[in-house]
Design a protein around this ligand. Structure first.
Ligand code: 9D3
Length: 257
């Protein structure tokens, strides 16, 4: 996947591109990451990229011209990169006003040949940039950050781990489809008995039993119970399998007496 990022803070991406799932995706040639700094496209000798808002008020707004020039440079580089035809990369503005990022949306983005992520700073960008150059707006949640760079990195991380050939892609994709829309079950590793031999902190015996079917059912019950307790919203409108219905009943009965 060809991925351009428009940002006033390209260093935030350079360090992330060296590590983790994104680093491996870039090193393995699955992601071609290119950075476009609006400051390099500013017209005046002070390289100005922000200005005061019309109508007054606090803060500054990202100017139209440097931003549009940086996005245009991104589109051009995407076309030049050839390979697959990346004629029209999807241009996404990371914005608190955007559509919430979900795994379904991440999967849609991972299918695209080219993406341009536009990270804002200050109070945001001039609305005319959104009208003329942005295909969609995406938010990563209802909390206030100081810019779109961390959200852009969140999108890059979530997308790059889904690309065919990403390290661990096949194993974790399998595990995820089998946990379809449920929270994960609890995990344990050695030692078998916790610190200072505390008998409260033992590994659930079923996990040591070697009975793979019993382990599968225990994990499924745990995933269902945790989702019920912590994220009941995730169960609304769910299509229940016969087995899940039975396991949910079992686990709710067990926790009530
Ligand atoms: C305190 C400033 N706010 C006034 C009501 C508006 C505001 C402007 C710019 C709030 C945050 C930001 C910077 N945030 C992002 O660019 C951003 C973001 C976020 O803050 N939360 C969740 N997702 C995203 S995507 C981009």
């Amino acid at each position: 996947m060809w991925c351009g990022v428009v940002t006033l803070f390209p260093d935030m991406f350079r360090s992330a591109a060296d590590a983790g799932v994104l680093g491996r995706a870039i090193a393995g040639g699955l992601v071609d990451l290119q950075l476009f700094n609006p400051r390099e496209f500013a017209a005046d000798r002070h390289r100005t990229v922000d200005d005061r808002p019309y109508g007054g008020g606090p803060g500054m707004v990202m100017m139209v011209e440097p931003l549009l020039a940086a996005i245009a440079a991104g589109r051009k580089a995407a076309r030049r990169s050839g390979g697959e035809q990346i004629d029209a990369p999807r241009v996404i503005y990371l914005s608190p006003q955007g559509d919430p990022l979900t795994q379904a949306r991440v999967e849609t983005l991972a299918d695209l040949p080219g993406l341009i992520l536009v990270a804002g700073r200050y109070e945001g960008v001039d609305e005319r940039v959104l009208e003329s150059a942005i295909d969609e707006e995406v938010s990563i949640g209802d909390y206030v950050l100081s810019g779109g760079e961390l959200p852009a990195l969140v999108v890059l991380d979530a997308v790059s781990r889904l690309l065919p050939g990403a390290l661990g892609n096949s194993a974790s994709a399998l595990e995820e489809s089998h946990l379809d829309g449920l929270l994960d079950y609890p995990h344990y590793t050695r030692p078998e008995i916790g610190r200072s031999g505390n008998t409260e902190s033992v590994v659930p015996p079923v996990l040591l039993s070697g009975d793979h079917e019993a382990i599968r059912l225990w994990r499924r019950r745990q995933a269902l119970l945790r989702t019920w307790l912590r994220r009941p919203d995730m169960l609304v409108g769910r299509e229940w399998s016969e087995e899940d219905r039975r396991l949910m009943e079992e686990v709710l009965n067990a926790s009530s007496h």
